[in-house]
Design a protein. Structure first.
Length: 98
């Protein structure tokens, strides 16, 4: 197993967020809001199986959801709400916020 850092970044405002790995709930957070000074809302870590995974993120308070199939050894996943859409991007694992 390996860990994946999920960074909830821009566009969150008192939202309820659920993260799944291969269809099974891994993390559920309520009331997530982006801190404008930091440009980040929250960070969560999930366990991934050794051979690839599909990570899903649902923002139930806005009826948004998206999935991303990950291969290899991803370090991080960056999640934002942009123009009413949920956007998931693989990161480098070196993302840093003040």
């Amino acid at each position: 197993m390996q860990e994946l850092l999920i960074i909830l970044q821009d566009g969150f405002d008192s939202d309820d967020v659920t993260v799944t790995v291969n269809g099974k709930e891994a993390v559920s957070e309520r009331g997530i809001s982006t801190k404008m000074l930091l440009g980040m809302a929250d960070e969560v870590t999930v366990e991934l199986p050794a051979k690839g995974a599909t990570v899903g993120v649902e923002v139930s308070s806005r009826k948004l959801s998206a999935t991303k199939k990950l291969a290899g050894k991803p370090k991080s996943l960056i999640v934002s709400i942009e123009e009413g859409e949920l956007v998931l991007r693989e990161g480098t694992g070196r993302e840093a916020f003040l």
